[in-house]
Design a protein around this ligand. Structure first.
Ligand code: FES
Length: 248
């Protein structure tokens, strides 16, 4: 199911395989996917000084947030402890198949996902976040019906969905029907800068704006919460953006 309005369609290019080859290295693995990623505007990530965020300067195992592809859609940015150089084939319950290409950056440790839970769209706000990247151990019942404890996962305390950021945010447990949508990153090895270039998977953006627009207008102080992100967006530590992180 398409999640975009006609105005959104003007903001991105859904690339055919030939055109996608022009997009730099990291996102090329989506070319071979059954359904390629949706390439939105290319946006440079900035640090807290509003200078280009350098991939090698991003702290390991710390959750960060940025807003992409729209001004009010939150995304996790995480530098995992180990390189992720394996692509993962994922499929949504809507039948959308895509290859998550692994980590970006010099050590392929950096991953990004929509921070809108694929169950009932719990997401970080300035007041509170029930969905968080966890460096402590999370307990959950897996798809194998066994009890697990693991750190380094994204956990939504609303109803207990658990996602594995080292596997494209695939669902490990809980009621979420789909992985978190993947945010496609590019790394420029010459400058060490990072860019967000697209989205793959089930984004839920239409539902998100339908349910939360009133609150988003207040939080982002704009009537146009569905405006595309600007050419460069700041990355902030999740624990600075959210007053309270619920860690159940
Ligand atoms: S909204 Fe995240 S588990 Fe229900």
């Amino acid at each position: 199911m398409s999640t975009k309005t006609p105005s959104d369609r003007r903001q991105f290019m859904k690339l055919c395989a030939g055109t996608a080859a022009a997009v730099a290295g990291y996102s090329e693995s989506l070319v071979g996917a059954t359904q390629p990623g949706e390439f939105f505007q290319r946006v440079k990530l900035l640090d807290d000084q509003r200078k280009p965020l350098l991939a090698s300067a991003l702290p390991v195992d710390k959750s960060h947030l940025f807003f992409y592809p729209f001004v009010s859609t939150p995304c996790f940015l995480i530098r995992l402890q180990t390189p992720i150089d394996q692509k993962v084939r994922l499929e949504t319950v809507q039948g959308k198949k895509y290859d998550w290409p692994g980590g970006a950056g010099p050590d392929r440790q950096i991953v990004a996902f929509s921070a809108i839970c694929a169950h009932k769209m719990s997401h970080p706000s300035t007041q509170v976040s029930f969905i968080n990247y966890r460096t402590d151990e999370v307990q959950y019942t897996g798809k194998d019906r066994k009890f697990h404890r693991r750190s380094g996962l994204i956990h939504c305390c609303s109803e207990g969905s658990v996602y594995d950021p080292s596997k494209g945010a695939a669902v490990l447990g809980g009621p979420a029907p789909n992985p978190l949508a993947s945010i496609l990153l590019e790394h420029d090895p010459k400058t060490d800068e990072l860019y967000a270039v697209g989205v793959a998977g089930e984004t839920m953006f239409d539902s998100y704006f339908r349910f939360f627009s009133d609150r988003l207008r207040l939080e982002f102080k704009t009537d146009d919460v569905r405006a595309p992100a600007s050419d460069a967006v700041p990355v902030v530590a999740a624990d600075q953006y959210c007053r309270q992180q619920i860690l159940c």
